[in-house]
Write a protein of this length. Structure first.
Length: 303
């Protein structure tokens, strides 16, 4: 689940768009959880009830994302001079944790139903699940696109939570179909399907958690950020080359530490002007970059 490189610097409007996508997920999951829960109870399908539990957990994770985006968008202050961007990957990690918790509940309940004889699910539950898969896949595609456009891992994590719900619904569809076609003796097929779906949920949780942890640990962001920054810096008059270039992601934005080579005989004032020109040029051409710390080095120092 690799994030694309944002092309424009985040604005209040883009943050609000990410928050709106999270609220769309809240509304959709609330409706789907009620529909699936009622259909699961009336249709004697625990796979569908487990799916309703997963949708209910989506409500809270979408709220986590909304709160994370709201916190990440706050301006830097005295206690947080680099801003509040870490709130965004923290929201992603909460989403992953909620997924694992939901998967654990589903497995526990499914085992209980496997050990307890119950009725074969009603055929109408398949129609409910078919509709759920379509709605959830649409939500995934829509919110994943928003995540790409705003450069938010938390929004993309929320999108993948919707896809995990689509997968559990599809798995439940298969399990219920086996139970209906197989007849007596196959009543627990949908329970086994719920367990299989929970494993898929845990797998998706890992792929949400891993990039969020990397961002918290200041892991180098995916893509060609160092090369792009160095290329832009070398276009500035007075820059003879670049050496170290370190980029880290902080919420929606990127921070750069850059070493540039200049003529060793220029004055401190001239070197200072070059550094400011490098910073301004990089931010202008790569607007997702929030700040650039430029270290000036004489070219002959490396000869």
């Amino acid at each position: 689940m690799q994030q694309s490189t944002p092309s424009v610097r985040p604005t209040a409007e883009r943050v609000q768009r990410g928050q709106r996508s999270a609220l769309v997920g809240v509304g959709a999951n609330l409706l789907l959880a009620m529909v699936k829960g009622a259909a699961g109870v009336l249709g004697h399908s625990y796979a569908l009830i487990a799916d309703a539990i997963e949708s209910a957990s989506d409500i809270f994770t979408s709220l986590f994302v909304w709160l994370g985006l709201r916190a990440a968008a706050r301006e830097p202050d005295e206690n947080h001079p680099y801003g509040h961007g870490k709130a965004e990957p923290l929201a992603s990690m909460l989403v992953a944790g909620a997924l694992v918790l939901a998967a654990g509940i589903i497995v526990w309940q499914s085992i209980g139903h496997i050990l307890t004889p119950h009725k074969i699910p009603s055929p109408f539950t398949l129609l409910v699940l078919g509709g759920v898969v379509i709605v959830k896949e649409w939500l995934f595609r829509h919110i994943d696109q928003v995540g790409d456009e705003v450069g938010s891992g938390a929004v993309k994590a929320d999108a993948w939570h919707h896809r995990s719900d689509a997968i559990t619904s599809l798995t439940a569809f298969v399990g219920i179909s086996i139970a209906i076609i197989g007849g007596p003796g196959f009543e627990s097929a949908d329970d086994w399907a719920a367990i299989g779906a929970s494993l898929i949920i845990v797998y998706n949780a890992y792929h949400i958690f891993r990039p969020a942890l990397g961002e918290i640990m200041d892991e180098a962001p995916a893509g060609t950020w160092p090369e792009d920054v160095a290329r832009v810096a070398r276009t500035v008059p007075g820059v003879l080359g670049t050496e170290k270039c370190i980029v880290r992601k902080m919420g929606f934005e990127y921070f750069v530490d850059l070493h540039v080579l200049v003529d060793g005989d220029i004055s401190v004032r001239e070197g200072h002007a070059v550094a400011h020109a490098v910073k301004d040029t990089v931010i202008a051409q790569l607007p997702a970059v929030y700040d650039v710390l430029v270290h000036i080095e004489p070219e002959d120092w490396h000869q």
